[in-house]
Each structure stands twice: as structure tokens, then as C-alpha cells.
Design a protein around this ligand. Sequence first.
Ligand SMILES: C[S@@+](CC[C@H](N)C(=O)[O-])C[C@H]1O[C@@H](n2cnc3c(N)ncnc32)[C@H](O)[C@@H]1O
Length: 224
Amino acid sequence: MVLRSVPTRGRTLDHAAFIYDICEPLLLLGKQKEYDNHILALLAPQKSGRILDIGCGTGVLTRMIADALGEGEGGEAVGIDAAAKMIRMARKKRENQTCRFEIMAAENLEFEDASFDGVVSSLFFHHVPLDLKKTTLMEAFRVLKPGGRLVIADMHLPTTSMGWLVSHVSRWFFMQPQIGENIRGVLPELIVQAGFDAPQTVACYFGYVALFNTAKPLSSGMGR
Ligand SMILES: C[S@@+](CC[C@H](N)C(=O)[O-])C[C@H]1O[C@@H](n2cnc3c(N)ncnc32)[C@H](O)[C@@H]1O
């Protein structure tokens, strides 16, 4: 069956799907395991929890979440990505009762309101323009249950000279204004605007990738 990517103004990575799993560990400077484990610890999924991974790529983090849920406990890790080739790679590696992948645009999540216990996103927001960052956060808010956790790891205000150099060179080398928005520090404000609690910045990897941890308030409407 031919899988088709969904239209989006985000920068999808169909063209890089076949080498993504070789490049990412290099880009994360050998810290991929530590970085993914940190995200997982913040998410702290219950065995029976339902967790959404937005912009999952080849699904490395989604599979780690599924492993933490355990088989037969009723939990489910769902990875979505707009790039069909990424989803095909992810499905090849694993798809079962606790781990599922769908081709879907982050700004238009095809899930019921309040149907997830946690939402996570790693290195996705610097791929989409400002309006889609906002819409995606509103969608994350909508599909999360009240009290549900949101963990975002993405490019943010650089904290070291090397971080400054790498992030600014990436912005111009890849001609990606979406990176420019991230490294100007827009994410925390957008997270709050979508209705979430003010995010804590719990870590900064490589001097430019921040880990934000927040939650949908227990008594919440549908965003501000
Ligand atoms: C840098 S990769 C991150 C993959 C993975 N989360 C990780 O940490 O390795 C960004 C992903 O976002 C996807 N993407 C870009 N725009 C998107 C959109 N509007 N909706 C869903 N996925 C999108 C790309 O196809 C790509 O797989």
C-alpha cells in the first residue's frame, strides 16, 4: 500500500527518513539515550496510560514510551508524523497493541478531546512556522486530559557560545526561519497562551535544546 504524507506547511523529513536513525545519534552527540530517558522520566507514564508523541520521526522515543507502559497493561504510545516515509520506518521497527504510528499533521490531530494522559514532542517545533506552533499547542491542550503532562524538548534561547553558534548557523544554513523563532525564545509564552501551566525549563542540552515540563491545569477550559 502506498502511504501518502499529509499536506502541511511544516518542514517534513520524507527525504531524510532513510538516514535519520544514523544522523540523529550524531546530532545528539552520543547523548540520545540520556536525552530520551530524561524526557521519559518527566513524562512518567502510568502502565495503563495513553501517550501521544508529536512529530515522532522514526519513532525511537515512542517505542521507549511503549516499553515503559509494558505489554497487556492497557496503555498505548501513539506516534504521529506528517511524513509518510518516517511513519513507514517507524512501523517497520515496531507496531503492536502498545505502540502505534499514524500519518497526521500536528496542527490537525485526529483524536478525541481529553483522550491522552500525556503529550510529548522532541525536536518538532523548530520545523513549523509560528502559527502552526500555536495551533499544535492548542491541539495538544485539547487532546490532553485535565492534569495531563506536556513535555517538549526543542531549540530555545542558546545558553552557551557553542549553542549560540550551532543554532544561528543552523537557522541560516537550513534557511529555516522556524528555527529563528525558537531561538528567540517564543515557546514558553506560546505554551502558556494555549492554556498550560507556566512551563519549567528543566534542562538545556548542547546549549540550545531546552526541556520544558508542564501540565494541563486540572480545572481547565479549552485554552486561552
Ligand atoms: C527533527 S524530526 C524529530 C523526530 C523525533 N521526534 C526525534 O526527536 O528524533 C521533526 C519531525 O517533525 C515532522 N513534521 C514536520 N512538520 C510536521 C507537521 N506539521 N505535523 C507532523 N509532523 C511534522 C517531520 O517530518 C520530522 O519527522
